[in-house]
Design a protein around this ligand. Structure first.
Ligand code: DX5
Ligand code: ZN
Length: 217
């Protein structure tokens, strides 16, 4: 299977959100990645439920919602109502992760867990079979346009071997600083989905950039 691509709307022109979403609809993007930041879990505020609803009203691609927020349990239903097909919560924000994942599952969404660069893969070993997607952060969450952390390759390999060892079907998503330079190696290490924000939206032709990432073999 080829790599899937989830452009991050965080890097879009928010004053022209409808046309940005329509551009993604017309592209080969597999998902639209939506970064929700609360100014508490991460040192930045992006946007919330009303803007996500507005994106949903124009999107024909599935929404991949990345919650960089404290107390995500309080908002799972609201984001599911915004059409989220994948809801990722942060490992570091969930003292009762198993319960949180049950909550996502009961809403009919795919269960995502995002982990920060300093968080060890080993911490997922008891719960990996309950996770549909691990979002491996390859930058510290909070901002687009940051430099890719090289240690990510090793983490992808370790995560892939944990998934295989446990017979899980978990997908591996990489988030932060992804570009055409690091994408081939990420795929080689076992990545399934690449999130790309600034690399896509700052490029001259975002539709072509999405195709280029997606056609990496
Ligand atoms: C970072 C976000 C990322 C970000 C990626 O906190 O979770 O999804 O938008 O942006 P780039 O691709 O610019 O690093
Ligand atoms: Zn993200």
């Amino acid at each position: 299977m080829s790599i899937q691509v989830a452009p991050s709307i965080l890097a879009a022109d928010f004053a022209n959100l409808q046309s940005e979403v329509e551009m993604l609809n017309a592209s080969e993007a597999d998902f639209i990645h939506i970064d929700i930041m609360d100014g508490v879990f991460v040192p930045n505020i992006s946007f919330g439920i009303p803007v996500t609803k507005a994106i949903q009203s124009h999107a024909t691609k599935p929404l991949d919602v990345h919650l960089m927020i404290q107390n995500p349990d309080d908002y799972l239903g609201a984001f599911r109502d915004c059409g989220a097909e994948i809801i990722s919560v942060h490992y570091e924000a969930c003292p009762h992760l198993h319960r949180t994942l049950q909550g996502i599952h009961s809403l009919g969404a795919k269960r995502g867990v995002a982990i920060n660069p300093h968080t060890s893969i080993d911490l997922l070993s008891e719960i990996i079979t309950d996770i549909d997607l691990v979002c491996l952060m390859s930058v510290n969450p909070g901002f687009g346009g940051q430099k890719f952390i090289e240690n990510t390759y090793e983490k992808v390999k370790r995560l892939k071997s944990l998934i295989n060892q446990k017979g899980a079907k978990t997908l591996i998503e990489i988030d932060g600083g992804v570009n055409l330079q690091n994408a081939p190696k990420l795929m080689e290490c076992g990545a399934d989905i690449l999130v790309a924000g600034s690399f896509v939206f700052n490029s001259e032709n975002p539709v072509q950039t999405i195709s280029a990432l997606r056609s990496l073999a």
